[in-house]
Write a new protein. Sequence first.
Length: 179
Amino acid sequence: MRNLILLLFLFSVVTLVSCNNKPTLQKYFVENTESKDFVAIDLGSDIINTEKMSLTDSDKEALKSFEKMNVLAFKKEDSNKNNYNVEVQKVKTILKDTTSYNELMKFGSGNDGASIYFVGDDEHINEFVLFANKKENGFAVVRILGNDMNPMNIMKIVGLIQKSNIDLEQLKPLQNIMK
């Protein structure tokens, strides 16, 4: 009995030590999806309507690597302007974790701008992250998830999204943020 209690105690300690409590974008999305200050949209790969498009082999390869896109947008209003700064700082802190997120590029300056990050290595990327911030309007975090993506795949996917006939109903919740 004593050995069983000792074994359970050791198992509990190992389990608690191995738990990772550091913040991640995935946790951030889950925590804020239902918040009144945020709009969350999940889009599957079917957002890209390729029925009437002729696709090259590289287009098909890019589409094959793309799984889904998660969007979380914070619309800044008078009632939540104090919360805005807190939330922006949370996202920036998460993205500063260089063991998880690698910065690809940054543009803009000060409080307005955008940055692109990726998770994985240069040729086997599992996630691209776009963080865009405009102090007057709010911010958005876009996660593009897939398997073995690379920067060229993302460029192709963006091009295919622009060419495809997107069902705008899927994006309707974002219209109020954009205004």
